[in-house]
Design a protein. Structure first.
Length: 234
């Protein structure tokens, strides 16, 4: 039998206040408690575990609640059925990657593209994938090259830029691509054929990448300007 607890014990064990807990329940981040009566709620270890995970994702990854909810839900996607455009992934991969050759880990390290430490952190964090032969895709090699550029620019561990910050981007990309795919399949499956869907997806990838870059730059400059205005008003 699962041991039940009252709100006071849940607050004590999780370190989260009751108003926040109730907010999480309303927002679907926590399951509803069992209720023997209207004013009697009991909680379980599931609530403790989920609250701990939410705290870690907020404090270590700085994720917004919408992203955290998606992670907790496991990004379940009933709309992503295999019969909807079954050849779309292979078509897009062939068009975008153009059979780019894979690269060996040894070559990347010897050529100075990545250090062993950066490579290991990227693999553990799920940023890049290495196969049994010790090779990775050209795209993963490019990701490692950018990580190396960031290190040379000054975004280094000794200045407080931890691997967890890269994980923040990884979590955001996982979340936003899940939302994009949901919208794409909902809008196209049953409405266009697979050839048109492939054309839309291929052109859309580049367009959305550019859009996100522009919007992110605009937001950064806006926040910096706001920070300066606040300082001037003091």
């Amino acid at each position: 039998m699962i041991a039940a607890m009252r709100m006071r014990e849940l607050e004590s064990r999780s370190g989260v206040g009751r108003e926040t807990i109730r907010f999480y329940i309303r927002e679907g981040l926590l399951p509803e408690p069992a209720r023997a009566a209207r004013n009697s709620a009991s909680y379980t270890e599931t609530h403790v575990t989920r609250l701990g995970l939410i705290k870690r994702l907020q404090e270590e990854r700085f994720l917004p609640l919408a992203v955290i909810r998606s992670i907790l839900d496991g990004n379940t996607a009933p709309w992503l059925e295999p019969q909807a455009f079954p050849g779309l992934d292979a078509t897009l991969r062939a068009r975008i990657d153009h059979d780019a050759p894979r690269m060996t880990v040894a070559a990347l390290i010897e050529g100075g593209t990545a250090t062993r430490e950066t490579l290991d952190e990227a693999v553990v964090g799920g940023i890049v994938d290495i196969d049994a032969a010790g090779t990775l895709s050209a795209r993963d090699a490019a990701i490692l090259a950018v990580l190396g550029d960031l290190d040379r620019i000054g975004f280094r561990r000794d200045r407080g830029f931890t691997p967890g910050m890269v994980g923040m981007y990884s979590d955001f990309v996982d979340w936003i691509t899940a939302q994009e795919m949901r919208l794409f399949f909902e809008a196209t499956a049953g409405h266009v054929d697979e050839a048109e869907a492939a054309d839309m997806a291929e052109r859309g990838i580049g367009a959305v990448n550019e859009l996100i870059g522009l919007m992110r730059t605009k937001a950064l400059l806006g926040r910096l300007a706001s920070r300066r205005r606040v300082a001037n008003d003091r």
